[in-house]
Design a protein around this ligand. Structure first.
Ligand SMILES: *Cc1c(COP(=O)(O)O)cnc(C)c1O
Length: 235
């Protein structure tokens, strides 16, 4: 199968899952996670209709976004203070903000570049030690921190589910969606209106995420790898 066939199949199934769950079939943005491939593969993907790409290293993000500036670039990786300026320069949406002391740095970098940086707050819903992110009960105070800064706009939440078990993944995604709803209740209407993105679901569990309300899925191997096989026990 070509990238185009895999991408079309993901999009079609995504629309079908949305319809089955009473959602707008075009409610989900498929981010093609391009961290394992080079520019030729990304150019081919763009020619096949993909225009949102995700990178997890600031240097690779910069290199690829500078080469292909007409595409929309997402930063999905670990954030280090000294890389924030480079991330802000190149990313439309940052999925992985969770450290309060990074917010002022994002604000300063965005202000200097004349932009408002759109971000998602990463939440460690499952509580696994190997995962980074805010505990669910820390998100409200992080939102308070972000609201002090005019050049940072929180668009929603992001999470990664435990791997290998569809029920656990579903449960994790449902909890993130529920948390977002609860947080919206306490927000000013203008803020709540912008707070509508849920970035959840990867190659192995994006179907569960779409069923639970994902507005953004981040898919790498299932789009770019020739030999990606679904784990047998996930669905
Ligand atoms: C690599 C990565 C993905 C994509 O993973 P696949 O399993 O290849 O789909 C999604 N989100 C994050 C944060 C990643 O680092």
């Amino acid at each position: 199968m070509s990238f185009r066939e895999r991408y079309d199949a993901v999009k079609a199934e995504c629309e079908a899952i949305c319809l089955a769950h009473g959602r707008d079939p075009h409610a989900v943005c498929v981010v093609a996670v391009s961290k394992t491939v080079g520019l030729p593969e990304i150019e081919a993907a763009a020619a096949a209709g993909a225009h949102n790409f995700g990178e997890n290293r600031p240097d690779m993000l910069a290199q690829k976004a500078c080469a292909l500036p007409e595409q929309t670039w997402h930063f999905i990786g670990n954030i280090q203070s000294r890389k924030i300026e480079e991330i802000v320069r190149n990313a439309s949406l940052v999925h992985s903000l969770y450290q309060p002391h990074h917010v002022a740095k994002f604000d300063a970098a965005a202000s200097a570049l004349g932009k408002v940086q759109e971000v998602l707050l990463e939440v460690n819903v499952s509580g696994e030690e190997s995962k980074s992110g805010l505990a669910p009960d820390e998100v409200a105070s992080m939102l308070e921190v972000c609201s002090q800064y005019a050049h940072v706009r929180v668009r929603g939440l992001m999470t990664m589910a435990p791997q290998g078990n569809a029920d656990e993944a579903r449960n994790c995604f449902a909890k993130l969606a529920q948390l977002a709803e609860e947080l919206k209740v306490g927000m000013e209407p203008a803020k709540a209106e912008c707070f509508n993105e849920l970035s959840m679901g990867m190659s192995e569990d994006w179907r569960e995420a779409v069923a639970q309300g994902a507005t953004i899925v981040r898919i790498g191997r299932a789009l770019f790898a020739e030999d990606f096989n679904e784990p047998l026990d996930i669905h």
